[in-house]
Design a protein around this ligand. Structure first.
Ligand code: GRF
Length: 204
């Protein structure tokens, strides 16, 4: 059975990256492997995760490229060389250009720590700070398709997290992250079957 080859893009801590790799190991995500971890930043944690799981990691900053488009064209070459079928953004902070979003149309997923479209365009603790400021009672996380417009692609799944009156941004972020770790593997598994089902079954 052909395995769908995933590239995980991350910029920092890498908890979703590690969680997805573990979900493949314990078959919560079936018919997939992680063929590449790509990072635009230096992250000891991502290097550790890659080494422990025997996955190639490539770190390439944008600095030496004249434009974001050039940078993404370079990334496409890397992805092609690694036979990547699908891209999983897991805390990747660089915004993708049309080069990548068109080349991998409907095959790039992202997770955002809010109930999109609310609090789109923000990242990290800023999301949770704004959630608390706005006094909403519910927040959560969203998995969506990545398009050229930031945080605006089709929503594939959401989990609601109640906001508590004594929440700090850090405490709320942690509760949302726990739900991210449940939601993201589930949606990745669904999408792999949705997008690649024919390929997976035809090579049986
Ligand atoms: C997560 O909160 C995710 O929703 C957002 O970036 C954060 C990444 O965390 N896109 P980690 O690096 O996976 O631990």
């Amino acid at each position: 059975m052909r395995k769908i080859n995933l590239a995980i893009f991350a910029s920092g801590r890498g908890s979703n990256c590690e969680n997805i790799i573990n979900a493949i190991k314990n078959t919560a995500i079936s018919n997939a492997e992680v063929g590449l971890i790509f990072s635009d930043k230096y992250s000891p944690n991502l290097i550790r995760i890659a080494a422990e799981n025997n996955i190639p990691i490539i770190r390439q900053t944008k600095q030496m490229f004249a434009s974001s488009e050039d940078y993404d064209r370079h990334i496409i070459k890397i992805l092609t060389a690694h036979n990547i079928d699908m891209i999983i953004l897991a805390g990747y902070l660089k915004i993708l250009t049309r080069e990548l979003t068109c080349k991998y149309a409907n095959r790039i997923l992202n997770i955002h720590p809010s109930l999109l479209p609310n609090f789109s365009g923000l990242y990290g603790l800023n999301v949770h700070k704004e959630v608390l400021k706005s006094k909403v009672e519910k927040t959560g996380c969203t998995v969506h398709i990545v398009t050229e417009q930031v945080d605006a692609g089709k929503i594939l799944g959401q989990t609601i997290v109640e906001v508590e009156s004594d929440d700090t941004p850090e405490v709320l972020a942690q509760r949302v992250l726990e739900q991210e770790h449940i939601l993201y593997p589930r949606i990745i598994e669904e999408q792999i079957h949705e997008i690649f089902n024919e390929n997976i079954t035809s090579s049986n």
